[in-house]
Ligand binder design. Structure first.
Ligand code: NAP
Length: 260
C-alpha cells in the first residue's frame, strides 16, 4: 500500500496511461478522482474500480477550462477530505484533432499549434494552479507532469511528434522545474515523466501500420513498444513518499530511445 491514505486527481484518466495509473493508485490504497472529457469511459472506470471495492469518482474535466479544474479539486477535497497528488496526464497530438500525423513546421496549421499548446501546455499550468492551494492546505503534495521523449529530443518526420507537440512537451518539462523550485519549501514536489513509444488510443492509428510499428520497435533499444503499466509504475513511484527527495527531475521511461 504505497499510497495508503492519499487522494489523487488524474487528468485524462478515463483511458490509456491515465486509466492505468488510476487502477494502480487505487490498488496501492489511494482514493482517485478521474477527470476527462470522455464521460462514458470515465464513468465506466469509476464503476469498475468501485465494484472492486476501491474509491474512485469521475468528474467531467476539460483541462483547458479553469472553472472545471476548480470543480475537480473541490470534488476531491469535499469527497475525500484533501488532495495529495495531481497527475497532469491529459494530452493530445495532431491526429487527435484530425490533423496530419506529426506535421513539419511548413505543413502545420496555426490552429493545430494553438489547440495542442492549450491542452498539453496551458492545461498543465491550469491544473497545477488549481491543485497547489489544496496541497498547501494538506501540508504538501506531489505533482507528476506527463511530458514525452518529444520534450527531451527532436523527433524526425514519421516519429509521431510534430512541432507543436514537441514544443508543448518541452514546455511541460520546464514548467515542472519552475513548479519544483517555487514550492519545494512547502513540501510540494513536482517531477516530469517522459514516455517513449507506448500502445494507447493516441498512437493506435500509427501503430496499426506494421511498417510504422516496426520502425518504432527498431528505434527502441529494448526492442518493444511500451505498455501503459510501464508508465504507471514510474508515475506511482514519483507520486509516493518513496520519491520524497526527488523534485524537478525527469523520469525517462522509453526503452532506451533517448540513450542513443
Ligand atoms: P490517450 O489514451 O489518448 O489518453 C489521453 C486522455 O486525455 C484521453 O482520454 C483524452 O481524451 C484525454 N484528453 C484529451 N484532451 C483532453 C482535455 N482537453 N481535457 C481532459 N482530457 C483530455 O493517450 P495516452 O497515450 O494515454 O496519453 C497520456 C499522456 O502521455 C499524454 O499527455 C501524451 O501526450 C503522453 N505521451 C504518450 C505517448 C504514447 O506513445 N502514447 C508517448 C509520450 C507521451 P480524447 O481521446 O477525447 O482526446
Amino acid at each position: 500500500m504505497r499510497l495508503a491514505g492519499k487522494v489523487a486527481l488524474i487528468s485524462g484518466g478515463a483511458r490509456g496511461q491515465g486509466a492505468a495509473e488510476a487502477r494502480l493508485f487505487v490498488q496501492e490504497g489511494a482514493a482517485v478522482v478521474i477527470g476527462d472529457i470522455l464521460d462514458d469511459e470515465g464513468m465506466q472506470l469509476e464503476a469498475e474500480i468501485r465494484e472492486l471495492g476501491g474509491q474512485a469518482t469521475f468528474v467531467h474535466l476539460d483541462v483547458t477550462d479553469a472553472d472545471q479544474w476548480a470543480d475537480a479539486v473541490t470534488e476531491a477535497v469535499n469527497r475525500y477530505g484533501k488532495l495529495d497528488i495531481l497527475v497532469n496526464n491529459a494530452g493530445i497530438g495532431s491526429t487527435n484533432i484530425g490533423g496530419v500525423n506529426a506535421p513539419r513546421i511548413h505543413e502545420a496549421p496555426a490552429e493545430v499549434w494553438d489547440q495542442i499548446m492549450d491542452v498539453n501546455g496551458k492545461g498543465v499550468f491550469l491544473g497545477s494552479r488549481a491543485a497547489i492551494p489544496a496541497m498547501r492546505t494538506a501540508g504538501g503534495g506531489s505533482i507528476v507532469n506527463i511530458s514525452s521523449i518529444a520534450g527531451l529530443v527532436g523527433l524526425g518526420p514519421g516519429s509521431g511528434a510534430g512541432s507543436a507537440y514537441a514544443s508543448s512537451k518541452g514546455a511541460v518539462r520546464l514548467l515542472t522545474k519552475a513548479t519544483a523550485v517555487q514550492y519545494a519549501g512547502e513540501n510540494i514536489r513536482c517531477n516530469s515523466v517522459h514516455p517513449g513509444f507506448i500502445d494507447t488510443a493516441m498512437t493506435a492509428r500509427t501503430m496499426a501500420d506494421p511498417e510504422q510499428r516496426q520502425r518504432r520497435i527498431d528505434a527502441t533499444p529494448i526492442g518493444r513498444i511500451g505498455t501503459v503499466d510501464d508508465i504507471a509504475n514510474g508515475v506511482l513511484f514519483l507520486a509516493s513518499d518513496e520519491a520524497s527527495f526527488m523534485t524537478g527531475s525527469e523520469l525517462v521511461i522509453d526503452g532506451g530511445y533517448t540513450a542513443q
